[in-house]
Ligand binder design. Structure first.
Ligand SMILES: Cc1cc2nc3c(=O)[nH]c(=O)nc-3n(C[C@H](O)[C@H](O)[C@H](O)COP(=O)(O)O)c2cc1C
Length: 139
């Protein structure tokens, strides 16, 4: 069973509110626990950036559901590859709120000080999430 890692960016729908994030996370974590999918989700009230890890079949099926979710749009896959190990295995879906997406971090991994995953390469987005996972308490 191959392990894969998928990274995508998306824009929240106008009718998705910040208070809806808890419900989204609860449902994502429930599904991911059952499917042995792990990862990290960043959200800054405007954009989502998410990394999913797990078996190829389960990550693909999860992404398929995510693509059809009306709570976000303009979904762009930034990276998809086979990997030999997980990096976010402690979290069925770790959450990084806006307060964690600091100016220095954005400057290190993108062309602007604001969090804009559309302005990041797949590799930069992944490296940023790795740094977040290693240094910031994950909710
Ligand atoms: C930004 C975003 C991230 C999501 N992440 C996940 C996820 O990691 N795992 C998952 O199963 N569903 C995730 N979802 C939800 C799926 O798109 C879909 O709503 C869910 O799998 C359907 O489950 P339900 O019918 O039980 O609500 C995410 C949705 C959005 C908008």
């Amino acid at each position: 069973m191959f392990l894969v890692r998928l990274v995508y960016a998306s824009r929240k729908s106008p009718d998705f509110n910040e208070s809806d994030i808890e419900q989204l996370l609860a449902s994502a974590r429930k599904h991911n626990l059952a499917n042995h999918v792990t990862g990290l989700l960043c959200f800054n009230r405007k954009y989502f950036l998410q990394c999913l890890e797990g078996s190829r079949a389960r990550v693909n099926a999860t992404y398929h559901n995510i693509l059809n979710d009306p709570r976000h749009n303009d979904i762009v896959m930034l990276d998809y590859r086979e990997v030999d190990s997980r990096k976010f295995d402690a979290w069925s879906m770790g959450y990084m709120p806006e307060s964690s997406l600091t100016t220095p971090l954005n400057l290190r991994y993108s062309g602007t000080p604001e969090f804009d995953p559309y302005d990041m390469s797949g590799e930069s987005a992944y490296q940023m999430m790795l740094e977040l996972g290693a240094t910031v308490p994950v909710i």
